[in-house]
Every structure is written in C-alpha cells, then in structure tokens.
Design a protein around this ligand. Structure first.
Ligand code: PLP
Length: 424
C-alpha cells in the first residue's frame, strides 16, 4: 500500500499531459489568475499560503447569499432548511473527499489552526503533567504553539522527531522517542516551508504498534492530491478550505468516531447542546458537540464546491504536471550563483524554498513583485526548521499549484536572475 495518498513526484511522462490534463482549461476557471500586476501578467506562486478560487466556488458562495441565506439547524422556515441542507451536504462532501467512514467524523472548524487547538484543548483534558506529545521538527507553528500552551497549562512534555539536513523526517529516531508517557503524535502531511511529503502512513503504523494515536496536519495535503484518512490510519486529520481552492475561515477536523464520543466539547454555546438548565447541560452528540455557535455556513458551502471540483480532477496527470514544475524550477534556480535550495527531500510537492548569498529574502520578494510574481518571503511560520537548515533570515518560497505553468517557472527563473544581478 502506498504511504501517502498524495502522489510523491512520480517519474515524468510528458505524454500524460497531452489531453488528460489541460492547464489552460484549468486556469480559465480561476478569474484572479487572469490579471496583470505591476503591468505584467500575474504569476501566482504563493499557493502554500493560500490558493486562488475557481468560479464554481465564487458562484456557490454568491448563490447562497443571493437566494438561501439563513441560519442553520434552528429554523423551521424554508430558507433555514435550504441553508441547513447545503451545510450538511458540505459535511458529506468533506467526508467523501477524506474518505472518512461516517459523516459524524467531520467537524467544521475555522481551519487547521483551530482544528489543532480543538484537539489540544479537548484531548488535552485527558492529560497530566509529565505526559508526552511528540511532534516533528518540520512543523508549522500551528502544530507547535497549541502544545506549548498545554505545556504551560498542565506541564506536558513536548518531544520532537528530528529532521535531516535535506529536510526529511528521521524516522529511524521515532521508535525510541515513543515512551509509555507518549499520548499523541502530531505531524504534518506535507511541510509548507520545504514541500517535504512526510511518510504519514508509516508513522501511523509505528504509532499503532505502540498504541499511540496520530494527528495529521493536512493543510498542505489535499491541495496536491487525494487523501484517504482510513488508508493513512490516522486518528485525526486537519484541513483548511483556503489551501484547497475553497474559502478562508472554514476547514474540517476528521476524528475517528470513538474519539468524538469520548472527547469533551471544545467551546460552549448554542447548537452544541441537547438541554440546558442553570444546573446542568446535556451535550449534543458529535459532531454538533464540537460546533458551538453559528458556523461559517457560506464557507462550508464554498468548500463543498471546491472539494467536488477537486474530486473530479485527473490526479495522476496533475502529479506528473506538478513533478515537472518542481523539477524544472529546481534545476533552473540551482544554476543561479550563490542560490541554495532549502529542503531537498526525495518526496516533495512543488515548493521551492531558497536563499541567495548576500541578499535578504524580502528584497528578492519585492523585486519579484515588481515583475508580477507573487512569492512568500520570511519564516513561513516554521522557524525551528528554517533555523536548523541555516536560513535564519527566512527564505524565498515559490509554491506552485496545478494551475501554474512552465511559463510561470520560466518567468520566476528570469526574475530571480535579474534580482540576483541587481542585489549582488
Ligand atoms: N499547517 C500547515 C502545514 C500550514 O501550511 C498552515 C498554513 O500555512 C497551517 C497549518 C495553518 O493553517 P490555517 O492558517 O489555515 O489555519
């Protein structure tokens, strides 16, 4: 069985791109990509921060506001019933897109950050001082800081799976890091800073052998492929809508059913209860138990449109296309004198993080923007790994999506050459 369900850079077969996957057709679905910025055609290479939205998503949100806007679950009127049906249909779409066993395993949240905070707050109530949480050195701050908060609150111990100098997790160290006090392993599926695809299936296998549950931060997983939580074997999987061509402010936490039944609520309020008196509260069953208050209804509806669209794509052809983008960008950038790529794992999504001797990433980013090229510069919310890999001032990160083209790669390489000539 393959470990990750996001395809890890298969051999490039250019024939796969003939007809099966037409990037021009894909691009046409994204209005924001059809613009000029600073007088140049936009080259959008900041997809790990957020993705652009296809028309189907924009229209789904627009349609909801124009025709169906109402609060959910509590109304007997027609609009409320329509809104509720669409919101619950979105939950079913998330279930299907993650291949969860049952729809009750999907909790809507604001995004991955809230999903991990939910687990830390709720699962955290089962923990005692001295209990251990194991994360990795490759994590985004969203999968570090919530555990720090728990350490400050109850004195848990945070242990870290090391990362090698090319940006891969050192799994040989994992078994020895799991102790009888280890309560949870929390790792990302794909590193946002380096693009490394982590062997989450293997991590789950090792964790299961020790009886330890696993949380996967999937923020960067779905944007690059198909995810199957049952096949991965994780207990929790977190995703964000805006990373996967859907709206901001909505995402989902998958939690295996037994957890949802035993974990306490995360926040209190309306919609998560069955009965309330001044003496006692009876909570609603999951997933409602974890969804206090009015949720991001339009966000969930937009997310449904995004995920349905995503599910209909040819992911084998996309894997070949993304591998070609990564290989071409890596080779072209490496030719630039003094340029060092940070993160050269064997299995990567098309993310290229780099530094150039004698220059600051922000200066390069500003010069690229003048050419209409959007990249992210800085620490990418992953300070520990960038520090370890010697990029203390951060990196320039070009993160591609399947709507990017080889022309985008060429424009990037040209503009970095130019920035290099101006700055050094
Ligand atoms: N984890 C990873 C790997 C990410 O890339 C991000 C966002 O960049 C997050 C977590 C946080 O996601 P969000 O800001 O959508 O909550």
């Amino acid at each position: 069985m393959s470990s990750a369900l996001i395809s890890p850079a298969p051999a490039i077969d250019p024939a796969m791109n003939n007809g099966a996957f037409d990037v021009a057709v894909i691009r046409a679905a994204f209005p924001a990509l059809q613009q000029t910025v600073n007088g140049k055609p936009l080259v959008y290479l900041d997809n790990a921060a957020t993705t652009q939205k296809p028309l189907v998503v924009i229209e789904a949100v627009n349609q909801f506001y124009r025709h169906d806007n109402a609060n959910i679950h509590r109304g007997v009127h027609t609009l409320s019933a329509r809104a509720t049906d669409q919101y619950e249909a979105a939950r079913e779409q998330v279930r299907s897109s993650l291949n969860a066993a049952v729809v009750e395993e999907i909790v809507f949240v604001r995004g991955v950050t809230e999903a991990i905070n939910l687990v830390a707050a709720s699962f955290g109530q089962r923990l005692n001082a001295g209990d251990e949480i194991l994360i990795s050195a490759l994590e985004h701050h969203a999968n570090i800081v919530p555990w720090h908060l728990l350490r400050e609150r109850i004195g848990i111990v945070l242990n870290v799976i090391p990362v090698t100098d090319i940006g891969e997790l050192d799994l040989s160290a994992l078994p020895a890091l799991i102790s009888p006090r280890t309560q949870l392993i929390a790792v990302n599926h794909v590193s946002n800073a380096l693009g490394t695809i982590n062997p989450v299936w293997e991590i789950c296998q090792i964790a299961q052998a020790h009886g330890v549950p696993v949380l996967v931060d999937g923020a960067q997983g779905l944007p690059h492929g198909v995810v199957d939580v049952q096949s991965i074997g994780c207990d929790f999987y977190a995703m964000s809508g805006h990373k996967v061509f859907g709206p901001s402010g909505v995402g989902a936490l998958y939690a295996r059913r037994p957890w949802l039944d035993v974990l306490p609520p995360y926040q209190g309020g309306g919609d998560m209860i069955e009965t309330v008196s001044f003496d006692a509260v009876r909570y609603a069953p999951a997933p409602a138990k974890f969804e206090a208050g009015t949720p991001n209804i339009e966000g969930a509806i937009g997310l449904k449109a995004a995920l349905a669209w995503h599910a209909a794509l040819d992911w084998q052809a996309i894997a070949a296309h993304e591998a070609q983008l990564l290989a071409t960008a890596t080779t072209g950038l490496r030719d630039i004198p003094g340029l060092r790529i940070i993160g050269e794992a064997a299995n990567k999504v098309p993310v290229v993080s780099f530094v150039i001797d004698g220059t600051h990433p922000h200066d390069i980013g500003t010069l690229l923007d003048a050419q209409g090229i959007a990249v992210r510069t800085g620490q990418h919310c992953a300070m520990p790994v960038l520090k370890q890999l010697g990029a203390v001032s951060g990196t320039v990160r070009a993160s591609f999506a399947f709507y990017n083209t080889l022309d985008d790669v060429a424009a990037l390489i040209r503009a970095v050459h130019r920035a290099h000539a101006l700055l050094t």
